[in-house]
Write a protein that binds this ligand. Structure first.
Ligand code: G3P
Ligand code: MG
Length: 240
């Protein structure tokens, strides 16, 4: 299911992460798939945001979960990345889906949850995807929060899910098997052929994040990893 290269947070080295400009840049670099992070707002909307706060990526401050969707949508998610990007807004998930459809991009929607929010976040995601997603193939829903993935599957068994884990040494298998997950997304740091090869032999589809070095991408793919997530997808594709 995963392509060899997925744009990470759009193309996060080349355009502000988790913005529509980032989706456009990933498409311009030749991506077919993009990973985005989404979070719940105070009014149970979903916006594209990696961190629990807006502080790092916007010129405003505050916790995403304590701000309304309209407040966050009015923030500037471009100026901190570079002056040329000033005014680039924080998209709602529905806007990102519409943009992805227009750009013929497939999405891996990574759901980020604050503690205690798994069920609410999953319900919001199912609602928004149900409303906005009109492409034939459903999006991939991924998360470190396995309870949220379980709630997504309970509501929409047709939505493929991916378990995200920082390392293969962590507990992921029980969730992976219970969910019937489509893929396993694992952090690149410290990943070895010895750890990866048996899983590939088992038929587990593995995606590795975040890989910005072409030699490392080549190595991982040679081990049978299905795809890598990169902040510079075009350069990696060219080097491969
Ligand atoms: O979904 C893969 C990857 O994005 C997970 O890590 O912190 O970049 O969201 P992070
Ligand atoms: Mg992510």
């Amino acid at each position: 299911m995963l392509p060899r290269i997925v744009g990470h947070r759009g193309a996060a080295l080349h355009a502000p992460e988790n913005t529509l400009a980032g989706l456009r840049e990933a498409a311009r670099q030749g991506c077919r798939w993009v990973e985005i992070d989404v979070r719940l707002t105070a009014d149970d909307g979903l916006v594209l945001m990696h961190d629990p706060t807006v502080d790092r990526t916007t010129t405003a401050a505050g916790r995403v979960r304590e701000l309304a969707l309209a407040e966050i949508a009015a923030m500037d998610a471009g100026a901190r990345f570079g002056r040329a990007w000033t005014g680039e807004p924080v998209p709602a998930l529905a806007d990102a889906i519409a943009a992805a459809h227009a750009l013929a991009l497939h999405l891996d929607i990574e759901l980020k949850c604050d503690p205690g929010d798994s069920a609410t976040a999953a319900a919001a995601l199912v609602r928004e995807v149900g409303r906005a997603w009109t492409a034939d193939a459903p999006p991939l829903i991924s998360s470190f929060d396995h309870a949220a993935l379980s709630a997504v599957r309970a509501a929409r068994a047709d939505l493929p899910v991916a378990v995200v884990t920082p390392a293969l040494s962590d507990a992921w298998r029980a969730a992976f098997e219970a969910l019937g997950a489509a893929s396993l997304h694992v952090g690149a740091r410290g990943l070895t052929r010895e750890a990866v090869s048996p899983l590939v032999a088992e038929g587990i589809e593995i995606g590795v994040y975040t890989v910005n070095d072409a030699a490392r991408a080549r190595e991982l793919l040679s081990w049978g990893v299905a795809g890598i997530f990169s902040d510079r997808p075009g350069a990696i594709a060219a080097a491969l």
